[in-house]
Design a protein around this ligand. Structure first.
Ligand SMILES: Nc1ncnc2c1ncn2[C@@H]1O[C@H](COP(=O)(O)OP(=O)(O)O)[C@@H](O)[C@H]1O
Ligand SMILES: [Mg+2]
Length: 310
């Protein structure tokens, strides 16, 4: 009896780590964000000084083998993609109080959701974000992975090593390796505002479904809201109805967005690469208003060389 009480005292149910505590070799510094499945912290490995973003599973799910397996699956799937626009996983396992964790590169910046809430993006920024997301998505699909949760909270705008701000995709929590499993899902998961109609109907998705989400993201950056709003009942009701252009002042860019949002996957482009090329082409052609191509730089030829044969 005494032994049992001592055992019970030793057992502490997993709980969220607090600043200063260790999860594996990482010491928690502060909380960066949280979602339905857990929390993300800034943490450091004191032996090396390495700073990471540390994602932990919700403590009340830590004893559920299926949830733990699904949580750690994010690290395996994300690790299939090596690209500067995709967050790099560094370590994963079970840490202090047996809480499952993933350690990844720490991105110093803001999620697109925060940036959009702060101010309307300029057209140049919209194009730059779309270009970055499509570049990363091209690598994701080339690695045989579907992201399945492209949305503003999962696109981070961060500066690395003092270079220009760039787009990084995070959150491979719903990602799948494209060729594994059945095309139907028993449990539909995702964020309705950015989910392609076929995914809402229980299809696991294809690269075209990720491209639909890019279209929804573009629509939101241009108009201030995703195509059919945020609330599931409204979305289900409106899905497939003719959409207003994302930005009445940008007819060409709005048509580009509308192709990604075609309700039928058959009418959507099938891969990120030509979509990105067409965006770049529009940007160069001057058809995107406010993005006029810069005049070519005139290089003055030195007088002495003009006309001289070399
Ligand atoms: N590598 C990272 N560096 C910095 N912040 C991050 C990183 N990964 C996630 N975050 C922050 O944590 C939030 C939630 O992370 P995410 O992986 O999307 O978890 P969830 O599955 O809970 O949505 C993000 O929106 C972002 O604010
Ligand atoms: Mg997320």
């Amino acid at each position: 009896m005494i032994e049992l009480t001592q055992q019970m005292r030793k057992f502490r149910p997993p709980r969220s780590p607090a600043p200063g505590e260790f999860v594996g070799r990482y010491q928690i510094l502060r909380r960066l964000g949280h979602g339905g499945g857990g929390e993300v912290f800034e943490a450091v490995d004191p032996r090396t000084g390495d700073e990471v973003a540390l994602k932990t599973l919700r403590p009340d799910w830590a004893a559920d083998r299926r949830r733990v397996q699904e949580f750690l699956e994010e690290a395996y799937t994300a690790s299939c993609v090596v690209h500067p626009g995709v967050v790099r996983m560094r370590a994963w396992g079970r840490g202090g109080a047996c809480i499952p964790f993933l350690a990844m590169d720490l991105l110093r910046g803001d999620p697109l959701s925060v940036r959009m809430a702060r101010a309307r993006l300029s057209i140049r920024e919209v194009v730059r974000v779309l270009d970055g997301v499509l570049d990363a998505l091209e690598a994701v699909h080339a690695a045989g992975v579907l992201h399945r949760d492209i949305k503003p909270g999962n696109v981070i705008l961060a500066r690395r090593c003092s270079d220009r701000e760039r787009v990084t995709l995070v959150d491979f929590g719903l990602a799948l390796r494209a060729r594994s499993g059945s095309p139907r899902e028993s449990r539909v998961s995702g964020t309705p505002a950015y989910m392609a109609p076929e995914r809402m109907r229980g299809h696991r998705g294809t690269p075209k479904s990720d491209l639909y989400a890019v279209g929804a993201l573009a629509y939101e950056m241009l108009s201030g809201a995703p195509p059919y709003g945020h609330e599931p009942p409204e979305i289900f009701e409106a899905l497939g109805r003719k959409l207003a252009p994302a930005d009445a002042e940008q007819p060409v860019l709005s048509r580009w967005v509308a192709r990604l949002l075609a309700p039928s996957a058959f009418l959507r482009p099938s891969s990120a690469s030509p979509v990105r090329s067409s965006l770049r082409q529009l940007a160069r052609s001057g058809e995107i208003i406010g993005l006029a191509p810069r005049p070519p730089i005139r290089v003055a030829r030195p007088l002495a060389l003009a006309g001289a044969s070399v």
